[in-house]
Design a protein around this ligand. Structure first.
Ligand code: HEC
Ligand code: HEC
Length: 305
């Protein structure tokens, strides 16, 4: 179980204050304990981690591979074979495929991996929000030239990082009870009623929020994210109710008919079928080569090349 308080803000209102509050958010571990640290922060813990808080992993990236010496700062000098990594060709596609659905500019206080070079909340020299409570973890997410002091490398290479979950993270599957509630909501006409407000909204989640308020879907299905926008399921264009699916031949939600509603089919599925992948989607861990590419990119100075 993840017992740490999550040092993140769930309130969307914190967005605009983001830059200013970051230092506080990171430092003030205690106040962050109040909202985000509640259940789902811990709920998060369920699926992907077996956190045992092992301090043994501390600090250095486990990537035995690249073997970057902690003190090596030269941009590319020390590399065997003078391998050179391109951000655009080698690294960005990995981030895009596995990270940026959750780590985008609209999420509060987690690095915007969609634009790692964004000076306000990109990856480069973005303070590791876990560092305060876990001083054994690196202070920064990415220190150009220094993978050993870049928390990002810990997160993608260690199965159980000393703080938080291994990345890419995935929300838990919906529980049997949640699946039943979704089905009933559709049966009852998929309306924006009290049943929706009290049972369904929390499953979909609030975009930009982490932990419990983030639910299980809006991490990826937010207004500017992957369609449908599950923060507004009733939107006639990008919502689900009576909206044609991207997946051919399907309607996302057919009021009164759960079996013909792609959303229900996806949520109840346990494997990929003609109707697509089960939801919530799970992104696989990075391969050793991918971890190596990211590590190498940092070693070479985390350039926008
Ligand atoms: C399904 C959503 C999701 C995906 C996909 C995802 N993350 Fe995360 N990420 C989170 C959440 C939630 C947190 C906060 C909890 C934690 O640190 O474990 C987080 C935290 C982090 C942090 C810690 C930042 C800090 O300062 O505390 C890093 C680094 C990170 N993610 C990197 C990545 C990378 C790299 C990928 C892709 C390989 C990725 N994440 C994919 C949801 C996601
Ligand atoms: C980690 C990211 C992620 C999470 C979390 C996630 N999804 Fe998805 N979802 C996707 C992606 C990417 C697609 C588009 C590719 C596809 O159709 O599989 C998608 C597609 C869908 C579709 C098909 C849309 C269409 O028009 O064809 C539905 C329905 C759906 N998701 C529902 C959900 C629900 C409900 C949840 C929460 C229980 C959820 N998703 C959680 C990434 C995610």
């Amino acid at each position: 179980m993840l017992v740490d308080t999550m040092p993140f803000r769930a309130a969307p209102t914190a967005l605009t204050l983001f830059a200013a509050s970051l230092a506080l958010a990171c430092g003030g571990g205690s106040d962050s304990g109040t909202n985000a640290a509640d259940s789902a922060a811990t709920g998060d813990a369920g699926s992907t981690r077996t956190t045992n808080g092992s301090g043994a992993n501390n600090g250095g990236p486990a990537t035995s591979s690249a073997g970057p010496g902690g003190t090596q700062t030269g941009s590319s000098g020390g590399l065997t074979g003078g391998a050179s990594v391109s951000y655009a060709a080698d690294v960005a596609p990995i981030f895009e495929e596995r990270c940026t659905n959750c780590h985008h500019s609209e999420v509060t206080a987690i690095p915007n991996i969609a634009d790692p070079f964004d000076p306000s909340n990109g990856l480069i020299m973005f303070p590791n929000t876990w560092h305060e409570g876990h001083p054994e973890t690196p202070e920064m997410n990415v220190v150009p030239g220094d993978p050993a002091n870049s928390f990002l490398v810990t997160k993608i290479s260690e199965p159980t990082p000393a703080a938080g979950a291994a990345m890419p993270w995935s929300p838990d599957r919906v529980t049997a009870e949640e699946a039943a509630d979704l089905r009933e909501w559709v049966m009852l006409g998929a309306m924006n009623d009290t049943f929706f407000q009290s049972n369904i909204r929390r499953i979909f989640g609030t975009p930009g929020a982490l932990g419990a308020p983030g639910g299980k879907c809006t991490y990826c299905h937010y207004p500017a994210g992957v369609a449908p926008d599950l923060s507004d399921p009733f939107d006639p264009a990008n919502g689900v109710v009576n909206v044609a699916a991207t997946t051919e031949g399907w309607i996302r939600v057919v009021p009164g008919d759960p079996d013909r509603s792609l959303l229900i089919v996806r949520v109840e599925a346990t494997e990929t079928t003609d109707a697509g992948d089960p939801m919530p989607k799970v992104y696989p861990r990075l391969t050793a080569d991918e971890v190596e590419a990211v590590t190498q990119w940092i070693l070479e100075g985390a350039r926008d090349n």
